[in-house]
Design a protein around this ligand. Structure first.
Ligand code: GDP
Ligand code: ZN
Length: 375
């Protein structure tokens, strides 16, 4: 492998430049740009100009995390990250720094910087630096439009471009009619989000995904278990099929499961991130994404007469007025409410939120006791 191959693994001039800037501050030759292709407990596999190697995080990473000093440079590396390694020919290389991300799911600042939270952070921000997100759903069951809307809002806040991929077109009468349903849902949230129907069985529609699978572009697959993520990866993988198979193992029920996170280079030259964690998108608080997508709706709240307006029957409610005069489409309002409800449900059940609240509480107590000291 050579420096050119870093480009094959998605490095753009921007990342190469950032890596060079970091490396220039060192007085040794041992530093190289690399990309994380696999994460397994504390061990990483990375590609660098010398090929593939194993890497671990340098010790001071943990130190900064414990001190709660989470700068952009000290983010925990995840699959897809562009990093600088200090190469070690007699053992694992050291991951020195994580280069600025173009995109990522979930956000560190949102999770707090508490000591002992490193694990959480690591599990929440589970991939980075993707260009496209394939939001996948199968056509042969009822489409869960609320869930797809949630995927969409989370995707819109990630920094990458969402693309809907509706699978198993071979199993339904009129796939395009269902695609139209999805398009209508999308129209309430965003513009220019494409929708494709495909079949991994017959190959139908795969051709249309090509523009998103150009060499060096990174795609992440998002969708519930069973929608056909592995099948699509296999269909696209071609000569890399063996690599894909190698990491699939049968679990106790004889199902094929992905055992750890990976970034694959597929035949077209594109990179695909397939991570088990992605499957449980429900763990994120998508509030921010929803607010972004419905900023015009939330803007109305500021004009309600009462601060705690529930927008159901209050006099002087700006939402009710907007619904009345037609400036707010009823579908949009319904979609907003449905998403907020689903998000509230999901987040109230998520472990990290509980911890986040505990952390905020401890901060509150901390600042209170500090205040008391000054009194
Ligand atoms: P994953 O859990 O999202 O990775 O889903 P899989 O790729 O493992 O697919 C789940 C099941 O659906 C498997 O039995 C696949 O053979 C089947 N499947 C996937 N894509 C298609 C498709 O386009 N058409 C049909 N008929 N079956 C599919
Ligand atoms: Zn109101």
């Amino acid at each position: 492998m050579s420096k050119n191959n870093l480009i094959n693994y998605g490095f753009s001039g921007k990342e190469l430049f950032a890596a060079e800037e970091y490396i220039n501050t060192k007085n040794e030759d041992a530093y190289f740009p690399a990309r994380i292709i696999e994460e397994r407990r504390e061990q990483y596999r990375v590609v660098w100009e010398g090929g593939e190697t194993t890497a671990i995080i340098k010790g001071s990473f943990y130190k900064t995390l414990e001190e709660g000093d989470m700068h952009e440079e000290t983010l925990y590396p995840v699959v897809g990250d562009f990093v600088v390694i200090k190469h070690n020919s007699s053992g694992p290389s050291l991951i020195e720094t994580v280069l600025p991300r173009r995109s990522q799911f979930s956000r560190v600042d949102f999770l707090g910087h508490a000591a002992g939270y490193a694990k959480n952070v690591k599990e929440q921000v589970n991939s980075a630096n993707f260009d496209y997100i394939f939001i996948m759903s199968s056509l042969n069951y009822d489409l869960n439009l609320n869930r797809l809307a949630r995927y969409l809002t989370a995707s819109l806040q990630s920094g990458a471009m969402p693309v809907f991929v509706l699978t198993k077109a071979d199993l339904v009468e009129d796939p395009e009619a269902r695609a139209a349903e999805v398009s209508r849902m999308i129209a309430g949230i965003s513009t220019n989000v494409p929708v494709f129907c495909i079949s991994n069985k017959t190959g139908y529609g795969l051709e249309e995904l090509k523009p998103f699978l150009e060499p060096g572009k990174t795609v992440v697959f998002l969708g519930s278990s069973g929608v056909g993520k592995s099948s699509l990866l296999n269909a696209l993988a071609d000569e890399y099929l063996m690599d894909v198979k190698a990491i699939r193992e049968d679990d106790s029920r004889g199902r094929h499961t992905t055992t750890y996170r990976q970034l694959f280079r597929i035949a077209s030259g594109a990179l695909v991130i397939d991570t088990p964690g992605m499957r449980e998108l429900g763990l994120w608080d998508a509030k921010e994404g929803i607010s972004l997508a419905f900023s015009d709706v939330e803007e109305l709240f500021t004009s309600c007469r009462f601060n705690d307006c529930s927008h159901t029957n209050e006099p002087g409610c700006a939402v009710l007025a907007a619904l009345e005069d037609g400036s707010l489409a009823p579908e949009k309002w319904e979609s907003y409410k449905a998403q907020m409800k689903e998000n509230a449900f999901v987040t109230s059940h998520s472990e990290y939120l509980r911890k986040k609240q505990a952390f905020q509480k401890s901060l509150a107590i901390h600042s209170k006791s500090r205040r008391n000291k000054h009194e």
